[in-house]
Ligand binder design. Structure first.
Ligand SMILES: [Zn+2]
Ligand SMILES: [Zn+2]
Length: 497
């Protein structure tokens, strides 16, 4: 379902006009409407990739990574190839996010769709246009080289304006679709994400420890909203109009476009705030800890990095096709070199959410709500689990000599455990609320016995845990103790849809 991916409307100069961009915003109706399916609402792909790009801008970095020499803002980037996420990146001290993509993917960028958290500068744009990407979309707030300045005589500001002009010239001389793609949310999407976030297993675990979860969630959501708004929205309307004008988005500056644009942006920020609040930063020592200290393995990732990756998985879960439980899974590996990405040595292997098999049309499989328990059970014979999709549609091989980590929003079931083990995953970060239980057709009896994979479980840190979070990403490599064959999952390259 590549509704927006296949839509390319050019004027005579090969560029797309603002009014066409706006139409993209409003009428590419891939936001699956609850009324169509009679189910919970889903996040559209465009909105999912946009939110992932914003979230990647916030990837936790080591201290020295914060010290940039120039005035370029950090930015996040999602590289999508044929609806499959090829890479999640962010800028580093040395490189802008667009440059990271060129260094990491090179010729594989041809035909890809790129989602940026800011409009990339002309230095990035010229290389991406040259690489033959299909489309570049960006979040319509301040640009990578900030256009916000109170002092017009400021030489940095003059440079920023020159760069914006160069970016516009590059755009109008290329055939690449460079645009703003945002889609309005389904009517009950915000409420749905609030509810599912507040009821997610990470908060359920905290509730089990007798903390006031509603309060924790509310406070965390408010903090997020304030942080994210400050970062991703231009509060002052006149300043926002100024920035849009300089970026060649004059048509967004007139009403009703301007008001609509700002509302869409605010709504998406609310979604991000709620999703992230599902895994709160608590002062009470909650985090992902293991009891498998006897297993020789890689050091744990820092807690802020783990939380970031789990929230990526929570965002993916917002695209679930399962009417009852959305699950997201992300697989990252720790490479041996290449510090150019803001993620350090971490690189994305794959990601997925629970969904019906690729190519399944609407209503081909039972899609029932939770009140239809008896028939609901049958659904589980058809749904692909998030872990299965992340493995099947991964963008790179899993290397036995590297630490490959899976982050999943729900305890892996017995159907997934052998896949995870045989695929060569070395660490898993998840919750274990269902571990040891049988729910409907799904059992979770094998997770506890899973050996050869370090399990890091969301829980309150207690004194019998040794200090596990390494100050920085470790180079220690885990030697597999079992002698299992590495599962070879090849085949279709399309992301489930
Ligand atoms: Zn740049
Ligand atoms: Zn499963």
């Amino acid at each position: 379902m590549a509704a927006s991916g296949s839509r390319r409307s050019f004027d005579g100069h090969g560029s797309v006009s603002n009014s066409e961009e706006w139409r993209d915003v409003t009428d590419v109706g891939v936001q699956t409407d609850a009324r169509v399916q009679g189910l919970a609402p889903r996040l559209s792909k465009v909105n999912l990739f946009t939110l992932l790009s914003l979230w990647m801008e916030l990837f936790p970095k080591k201290e020295q990574e914060h010290r940039r020499k120039d005035a370029t803002a950090d930015s996040g980037l999602v590289v999508v190839q044929e609806c499959k996420v090829l890479g999640l990146h962010c800028s580093s001290v040395q490189l802008h996010a667009g440059q990271v993509a060129v260094v990491k993917h090179g010729p594989r960028l041809k035909g890809c769709d790129l989602y940026f958290s800011r409009k990339p500068c002309s230095t990035c744009l010229k290389m991406l246009i040259n690489a033959g990407v299909n489309r570049i979309s960006y979040w319509p707030s301040d640009a990578e080289i900030s256009l916000l300045s109170t002092d017009n005589a400021d030489s940095r500001h003059q440079d920023a304006i020159l760069d914006a002009t160069a970016a516009e010239r590059l755009k109008s001389n290329s055939r690449i679709h460079i645009c703003v793609l945002l889609q309005s949310l389904g009517s009950n999407m915000l409420q749905f994400v609030d509810e599912t976030s507040q009821n997610c297993e990470f908060l359920e675990k905290i509730a089990a420890d007798n903390l006031d979860v509603a309060d924790v969630f509310k406070q965390e959501r408010l903090n997020n909203l304030s942080d994210f708004s400050g970062r991703f929205l231009v509060e002052d309307e006149e300043q926002h109009r100024y920035v849009l004008n300089k970026m060649g988005l004059e048509n967004f500056c007139v009403e009703p476009n301007f008001g609509n644009l700002r509302q869409h942006m605010k709504d998406l920020i609310k979604i991000l705030a709620s999703v992230a609040a599902g895994v709160p930063v608590l002062q009470r020592g909650y985090g992902f800890f293991t009891r498998d200290l006897q297993v020789l393995g890689s050091s744990a990732l820092p807690q802020d990095v783990v939380r970031h990756c789990i929230i990526q998985a929570r965002l993916l879960a917002c695209r679930t096709e399962d009417p009852k439980v959305g699950v997201g899974a992300v697989i990252w590996a720790e490479g041996k070199q290449s510090q150019c990405d803001g993620t350090g040595r971490l690189y994305l292997v794959g990601c997925g959410y629970n969904a019906y098999p690729v190519g399944a049309g609407y209503a081909e499989y039972p899609q029932l709500d939770h009140r239809q328990e008896e028939r609901q059970n049958r659904k589980y014979r058809y749904i692909l689990h998030a872990e299965q999709n992340a493995l099947t549609f991964r963008s790179t091989e899993i290397k036995d000599e590297e630490n490959t980590m899976m982050f999943v929003t729900k305890c892996p079931c017995d159907e997934c455990i052998p896949l995870i083990s045989c695929a060569g995953i070395k660490q898993i970060y998840t919750t274990d609320l269902n571990s040891g239980k049988v729910r409907h057709d799904i059992s979770y009896l094998r997770f506890n016995k899973l050996s050869g994979v370090q399990k890091f479980i969301w829980q309150q840190k207690c004194s019998d845990f040794e200090e596990q979070a390494a100050p920085q990403i470790s180079t220690t490599l885990h030697q597999r103790s079992d002698n299992v064959e590495v599962l070879s999952v090849r085949g279709r390259q399309n992301h489930p849809e």
